[in-house]
Design a protein around this ligand. Sequence first.
Ligand SMILES: C[S@@+](CC[C@H](N)C(=O)[O-])C[C@H]1O[C@@H](n2cnc3c(N)ncnc32)[C@H](O)[C@@H]1O
Length: 302
Amino acid sequence: MTHKSVLLNEVVDFFKDCSGIIVDSTLGLGGHSYELLKNNKNIQIIGIDRDVASLNFAKERLSEFSTRFSCIKSNFSSGIKKIIEENQNISGILADIGVSSPQFDNLERGFSFESESLDMRMDLDTTINAEIIVNSYSKDELNRIFFEYGEIKNPNIYTKLILDYRKNKMITSAREISNLIANNFKANSRIHPATLIFQALRIEVNNELGELRDFLKNIENLKSTKIAIISFHSLEDRIVKETFKKWIKDCCCEANVMKCECGNNNARGVIINKKPIIPTNSEIAYNRRSRSAKMRCFRFNE
Ligand SMILES: C[S@@+](CC[C@H](N)C(=O)[O-])C[C@H]1O[C@@H](n2cnc3c(N)ncnc32)[C@H](O)[C@@H]1O
């Protein structure tokens, strides 16, 4: 299994002054964790992932750091809560949200346009997968996920296509969906016509936005911790950006109060980079999948 870690140097640089515990909330194949452990002898890492295959690979890869590395199988929203409860002084948290290359490239996982299955679960212990969604969701439910998670302005044309098709035959592969859409919609020059439908299905299957919101909620009372979050599409980036903006506000009164009643000193920390850090042209040339990455960084007050 291989995965090219995005913004690797930038991540190592951001955490270089940390000591103690760093949580890698999306351990994946352990690429970021490996470089962090190698370059900073003062840290130990606790990794989280909900994909057992990735965890097993990372455990093996990071075995040389045995005493400085441990990991748990969990969603990052509940995993981070548990780690915070059990450990004081977490000095850094990394989240590199999204799908790893082996998850995309393994056709059995159902993430790619060519897959013969229609799964898309990161955690194979969960019950809902993309096949259940496309074959059983109502017209309104499909419209909702295509509109909200695919940001498709007119989702009904895609929904109708799927509803008509499934009247005659159950949909069992990602390839069937991508072909159905490609045969009915002109390809945009840059992306496959089914890209946003696949994005919407994946987000729904894995509750990706709910996970991110809960994760941010669960870390908001930390002190002194440095946070780096790498996201790959605008829906996630918007949640991170808006949350960081909320965290730097001194006033936390409800919008409808006439006069500030909260003391006006409630800022939780500082945003480190006003603009997100993005990959250089040479990184994009080396790893095309990095092209949509955006890293936002925050430091909680002491
Ligand atoms: C882009 S990969 C991380 C790659 C890793 N940083 C590296 O360098 O090898 C994202 C990983 O996060 C995991 N993941 C995504 N969302 C998750 C969530 N809500 N809870 C736990 N793991 C999650 C995926 O299973 C995947 O292995």
